[in-house]
Design a protein around this ligand. Structure first.
Ligand code: NAD
Length: 305
């Protein structure tokens, strides 16, 4: 197995002043990447700014002999993100790797959730990832090299009480990642998702003390480094935590095909077990794979070839 090296590569890691982002930035730098360490210095709920978090991580990287610069852009502000990307290119010449990691929480049940809190979380997680990827997209395609990771969450993939805003933002990233991995394929731009679970300030009080040691961000970073390496996969959702690595996939079941008098809600309900049966379930390559399957099945049910 060849060693993973980021010599000559330039990475932007958002929200890298603390937690997972800090660990990713240190991991990239330790293997040779020049890193722009972005962090707004916000509290977990997204309020405030201006801490020295990003600068402290840059100092750590430099102390270890690496190259890094700090950046305080708010990823939810498209103008600041463009300036951040311009600065990285001016300083390092190009950008090869984008790690969308910045994040906040504004948890409430949907009944109590204000639209402002919903929008704020969407703005940081989803639009923040859109702005960074958009600002770098042409640059990466023209250079025929790009590795982009979106940080999702089990809340987005599976749901979690009190996190409608966060869950919506984190699963919306899946749609973005799917399309970017398809559009980027011919330019060697690969997009993946990381679904971490870690002991950080974001999960403070939620994880029992005895488990904190197992869930350090450093147990996740090797997975992130694999997703942005030369040999990275594309369109993958990598689960990571406590040294465990898994893949989450979206499957479609084989299902049933109805016609004529059977084409009714009653039959759909009556045959729900067959519709949901996991045997022969498939991963679709793209949206038209599903359309083609339905048309093929309908034609076969009618005896048309
Ligand atoms: P963290 O709070 O330690 O780090 C998040 C960082 O993002 C902070 O340093 C913060 O200042 C920065 N940030 C917040 N808003 C910003 C903005 N608008 N612009 C730039 N920087 C901003 O949290 P963490 O646990 O390290 O989370 C990192 C990512 O991982 C987040 O996207 C989070 O949703 C995701 N995640 C974490 C867990 C977990 O178990 N910790 C689980 C699933 C997903």
């Amino acid at each position: 197995m060849s060693e993973v090296s980021f010599d000559g590569r330039v990475a932007i890691v958002t929200g890298a002043g603390a937690g997972l982002g800090r660990s990713h930035a240190l991991g990239l730098a330790a293997r040779g990447a020049k890193v722009m360490v972005n962090d707004l210095g916000a509290a977990t709920d997204g309020s405030g700014s201006g801490s020295d978090a990003a600068r402290a991580v840059v100092e750590e990287i430099r102390a270890g002999g690496g190259k890094a610069i700090a950046n305080g852009a708010n990823v939810a502000d498209a103008t600041q993100v463009q300036a951040m990307v311009d600065e990285a290119i001016a300083e390092f010449g190009h950008v090869d790797i984008l790690v969308n990691n910045a994040g906040i929480l504004r948890d409430k049940t949907f009944a109590k959730m204000s639209l402002g809190d919903f929008r704020m979380v969407m703005d940081v997680h989803l639009m923040g990832s859109v702005y960074t990827a958009h600002a770098l997209w042409r640059h990466m395609c023209e250079r025929e090299y790009g590795r982009i990771v979106f940080t999702t969450s089990a809340s987005g993939l599976y749901g979690n009480f009190g996190q409608s805003n966060y869950g919506a933002a984190k699963s919306a990233m899946l749609g973005l990642m799917n399309v970017l991995s398809i559009e980027g394929a011919k330019y060697n731009v690969r997009a993946n998702m990381l679904a971490p679970t870690a002991a950080t300030r974001m999960t403070e009080g939620l994880i029992p003390d005895e488990l904190l040691a197992l869930l350090q961000p450093e147990t996740i970073t090797p997975g992130l480094l694999a997703l942005v390496s030369e040999e990275a996969p594309t369109k993958m959702i990598l689960g990571a935590g406590a040294g465990c690595f898994t893949e989450t996939k979206v499957y479609e079941t084989q299902g049933i095909t109805l016609q004529d008098a059977d084409l009714s809600p009653e039959t759909v309900l009556a045959r729900m077990a067959e519709i949901r049966a996991p045997e022969n379930q498939q991963v679709m390559g793209n949206a038209f794979d599903q359309t083609n399957k339905y048309v093929r099945n309908a034609a076969a049910a009618r005896g048309v070839t």
